[in-house]
Structure formats: structure tokens, C-alpha cells
Design a protein around this ligand. Sequence first.
Ligand code: PLP
Length: 385
Amino acid sequence: MKKATECVYLDSNDPYGAVSPPIYQTSTFRQTSADEFGEYDYSRSGNPTRTELEKKLARLEGASHAAAFASGMAAITTLTRLLSSGDEIVAGNDLYGGTVRLLEKVLPRSGITVKYVDTTDRERVSQAISERTRLVFIETPSNPLMRITDIRAVADIAHSDGALLAVDSSVMSPVLQNPIGLGADIVVHSATKFLCGHSDVTGGALITNDPEIHREIAYLQNAEGNALAPFDSWLLLRGIKTLGLRVERQNSNALEAATFLAANPAVKQVYYPGLATHPGHDLHFRQANGGGCVLSFTTGDAETSKRVVESLGLFSIAVSFASVNSSVSMPCSMSHASIPAERRAELAPPSDLVRLSVGIEDIGDIIDDLSQALATVTPAIAAAA
Ligand code: PLP
């Protein structure tokens, strides 16, 4: 089944034939006796609406198992629980700020250490891995600099050293990239992004083909109580129905926006893997089917970037991405402000970086908005030249 079909395909054995899956808004389930349990007993452990979502997520990633969490960070937290004191993570050096906060400020309490490396360079990944490395964690494309890591190459390196590879694929969605087919052990999604698509749910997922890994993830999900609630699971199931269409439109809008920005005199550099000039373009299109809806650009000056951001009208100034509505942020002071001070020089994005999430609006309106916002700073640039 092609992705667009899978997104809307109804695989339900509802006794009444409901074409929209019911919301099992219940915390507990009546049992037939005190020592025999049915398929479900308590919604923290399992809920039929969440199961529907988990089955859908697994199928979309071409995997056998998925677990849905209350947020992307809840999913990543559970991922790190697969490790023990003394273990080490080798992580990319351009990651979502909240992930860096977790790795830097929370994981050391459990005796787990992290090494950051430019994972676009496989030699550096090989050199960084030690006998203590249990997990290699990457984002590709990375957020917000849109760096591309070779999933298959890094999977081979991780496996040859006995480590697992987890890929945070939130920027792509399962419609554009399926890391498990490229050798990754676990796919991470902030379902808050493309999977939801409407900025009305926070959710996360861990998806794998390995039954042992999934068993441990499901055990932790129940033990720690961070699973996604039934209503939020249903909202995600509803959002996923239009994922194929949304991605297609957002992809083409983002490519036009990136092309426009690349030709604008107020823009210094555009970071978008859909552009042929992006250094990771060819690799990206060997492992993904589109550039996605997130792109970043610099102007050379943080104040200038701020003026552009605040002059936009159609784009809401907001963290997060991949909603149907276009949004804009300055990662350094917004989504990535949580990177701890001592790591900012190494891991924080440039202060003049603007990140756009391009929505499904008419592309003419998007370009007009970008054009008028950039025009507000262009006279100053022309005068300085
Ligand atoms: N991974 C990436 C790439 C993200 O951008 C984010 C949030 O922006 C997360 C994970 C965390 O997801 P959530 O906000 O759903 O907890």
C-alpha cells in the first residue's frame, strides 16, 4: 500500500462498522473474574484507541511495533531508559534544544554520559563510539540546521560496535522517510509535528521492528505512565488521514519559499535539503522522498532577523513545526533556548537563524508575506553595501 493510501486506510474490526475509530475514553476495564484479565485492563497499560494509533504508526514506518507517548520528549525519555548507569550515547551536534536539555541535565543523574559529534561525517561517528556506547542518536534532517546524516552508514557503524541507532525523523514524517528500512533500530517521532498537523496535540512515538526492544519500551511505557491518552490518540488518528496530502502541499510550498529566499538580497544563507545547492541534497533524496516543510535561513545579523520575523503577518511566531498553518521562530532564543549555557557555544544554533515551517496556505500569499517582511530590512542592507 502506498503511503497516501495507508494514511486513510481503515483497518478496524469495530462491531458496528464505525468508519471513524471509537474513542475508548475509559481508565479501567471490567474483568470477568478476579484472576483472569481481558486484552485490556487499565489504560496506562493499554487502550484500544491507542492501539489503533500504534498499529497505524508501525505500518506507516514499515515496522512491526510502535508505542505512543504523551509527547516527543516522553518518547525520547523512554528511549534513554533502555540504557543503564555507565552507558554512553553518541548524539548528533544539531539536535532539538529540549533533547539536549534532557541529555545534558537529566541523564547524568542516571550515570549516562553523552558525546556530541557531527554525524554527517561518518569518520567522526566511528571515532566517537567507545565500548561504553549503547546508543547512537541522530536527527536527519537535523533541527534547525537541516544537516543530513547517512542513516545506512551510521547504522552499520553503530551495529559493528554493538550499539543501537535511533533516528528522530520528526522533520520528515513517515510519508517522506522510513529509517528502519535503512537499518535504524528505533524511529522517534514528535507526533506533535507532522503526524498531528493541526497544532492541537502533543504526542510522541517509538517505532521498531525488534520485538525485544518493543517489549522493553512497552514495559517502560506502563511502568512510568507516560503513554498517550485516548482522546489525543484519536486526534492523531484523525490528523494522519490527511498526512499524505499535507506533506505533499507543504513540501512544494517549502521548496518555492526556499527558492525565493535563496534569491533574496536580504538572505545570507538558506538551509533546506530540497534545494539542489544544499550539501546533503543528493544523500537526502537517496533516503527520503521530499525536502519537508521546515527550512532555515540567516540574514547575517540577529536584530535584522528579528525584524524580519516580527514583520511577517501570515506566519505566526511560534515554536514547533509541520502544522497546516505557517509559523516562524528564532531557534536560538526559542526552541533551542533550553540548551544549557555551558554547551551553547558548541550546540546552539546561530543567533540570526530564522526557522520557517511552511503550511498549506496558497503559495502566492506565503511568498508575498516573506517578500514584504524582507523588504523591511532591505533598505538598510542596500545602504550598508
Ligand atoms: N524532536 C524534534 C526534532 C523536535 O523538534 C521536538 C520538539 O520540537 C521534539 C523531538 C520534542 O517533541 P515534543 O515537543 O512533542 O515533546
